[in-house]
Every structure is written in C-alpha cells, then in structure tokens.
Design a protein around this ligand. Sequence first.
Ligand SMILES: Cc1cc2nc3c(=O)[nH]c(=O)nc-3n(C[C@H](O)[C@H](O)[C@H](O)COP(=O)(O)O)c2cc1C
Length: 336
Amino acid sequence: MNMTEYFANHNVLLAPMAGVTDIAMRTLSREFGADMTFTEMVSAKGLSYANEKTRQLLALAEGEDKVAVQLFGHEPDVMASQAAWIEDAMGEHLAWLDINMGCPARKITSKGEGSALMKTPELAAEIVHEIKRAVACPVTVKFRRGYAIGEETAPEFACRMEQAGADAITVHGRFAQQMYSGVSDRGTIARVKQAVRLPVVGNGDVKRGEDAASLMAETGCDAIMIARGAQGNPWIFREAQIAIAGGEVPSRPTVDEKVAMARRHAELLARREGRNIVRMRKHASWYMAGVPRGAEARGRINACTTLDDFNAVFDEVLRVTRQYEAAGFFMNNTGL
Ligand SMILES: Cc1cc2nc3c(=O)[nH]c(=O)nc-3n(C[C@H](O)[C@H](O)[C@H](O)COP(=O)(O)O)c2cc1C
C-alpha cells in the first residue's frame, strides 16, 4: 500500500486508544465513516512472550476487513521480530503497522518507550529501520510535538523518521509533559508537514466535523485522526467526512439515537466478551453525556456488569426523556 495514494481517498481515522478502541468501538466507527481504525497499543514484549491477552488485542471485529496495529516497545530486535509475527499472523487483514512514540504515561516512558523515544531519536530511528527490514507492509510512526514542554522537536524528529524509512507519520500537537492539558498546536502539524515529503496525519482536539476540515485546511496535513472526540460519538466520522467534502454537517444525535447506539455498542461487546461487560461502563457514560439526568444515569452505570443491567439504565433514560418532553422540554438535540 502506498500511503500517499491511500490518504488521497482515505483521510478520516480513528486513533489508537488503549482500553477504548476495542472491536465494538471500531465496528461503529467504521460504520459511521472512519476510513481506518487502529487496535489498542500492543506490547512487543508481551507478544514475544505469547501473552494471550496481548494477542487478543489483534482480533478483528466482525466484518472488519483491515485494521492498523499499533506496537509499543523499545528494543529494535524484539519489535522487528514481533512486527514480522503480526504480519504473518494477520496477513491481508493488517493494513499497516504503527509505532507508538507518543504515549506520555509514566509506566511506558520509564522504560524508554512511547514518547520517551523522542528523547532518543537514534534509538527511535533504529526501531523504524529494523521494523522496515522485517515487514513488507507500510510502517508509520505516531508522536507528539516534543517531549519537554517548550521544546518542539517534532519537525526534526519527523525528518529522522523519514530517513529511517517510515511511510507516514502522525503528529499530536501537545508536548508529552503536557499529557492532555492545554491545546494541540496546529502550527506544529503545519511545520512537520513542511519538513517532510511523507504524508502527515494531524491529530489533536478534533471534537466536531468542522475541526477536521479546518485542521486539514490550516496545516496541509493529508489526513486527520480522532481519539477523544469519538468516545460515545461515532457520528463524528460522518460529520468529519461531510465537512472535509465541504458539505453541511448534520445536526447532533438525539437522546433516542444516543441510547440506541449505546445499546448496540453493549450488544457488540457482549457478543465478543460474554456476560461480563464491565468495559462498557466508560463507553455508556460517554454516550450518556448531555441526556436528561445524565449524572444519575452515569452513577447507575458504574454498578452495571451485564447487558441487561445496561439496558435497564438506558430504558430509564428514555423514560425520563419522555417525561421531560411531556413537560415541554425540547429534547430532540442534545447539542453535544
Ligand atoms: C484513553 C486514551 C487512550 C489512548 N491510548 C493511546 C494508545 O494506545 N496509543 C497512542 O498512540 N495514543 C493513545 N492515546 C492518544 C490518542 O491517540 C491521541 O493522540 C490523543 O488523545 C489526542 O487526540 P484527541 O484530541 O483527538 O483525543 C490515547 C488517548 C486516550 C484519551
């Protein structure tokens, strides 16, 4: 796959999110217009120990033809051998391999992994180089504006990744030390785009379809990637596609639509994970943002474990919504 050609027609991506971008979320994101989705980040070391939980992260969703897999680690040989293993195991279902050089979590950076690799560009380049030698699929790298606050190393780092053989890069416009505070700097993404010939994916703070279109227009990036804006909100992909095409973005989903989507999400999870779908709690809470008496619903969600538990909360949300409507409140658009 040539990434420049690919991004010419596929430019709205669901970002990798550990603990979030499971098969259910990926299915719904695809259905609503995400051109590509990523697995949760996968530990190269965990895979090398044939850890079953790690391997499960590579499972495809129903009807998912391709997925991009994100690897993290710091040992070039381990990462290269596991990249080859993934390519072999997944075959044509693997869209490409992405390397995590942006995660700011201490448990990752303390081992020299994730965003800590921005502090060791030579090692980062060696990782890319070794993985490229081991696989035939495209290899991309995801990183941040820089590691330390105020030190924008992204453009230079991008050049290193290009020289090492990366096929595309994704930049999130925050420093690693910022974690998720402040705003994602669009200027960084524009400067990275200027610095390399590779396709650049812009990431950070795309919360509405309009943000996707303006991020592309302002930075010249080839594609955009959405993380938090997609939580409880698969509609954002349709909105982004319409906005990028210059169309009029449809109105936000109603409470009924949100509840229906939350039910589907729970069903998809239950089909895969069985009776205990505790992982649905965070998704359900995101879907219930902006619904009447949402705080109360979220409180109840925190005690749910089964599909029936979640459906009981959703039924109650609809009952309250009908009451609000009967009292004359207009609940047709949650505005979120
Ligand atoms: C809960 C959560 C988990 C994340 N996990 C990953 C991950 O596994 N790999 C990665 O590269 N980025 C991860 N990220 C970062 C996002 O992919 C993205 O770069 C960041 O959230 C900025 O985009 P946004 O403003 O659209 O959220 C995670 C973010 C969140 C909120």
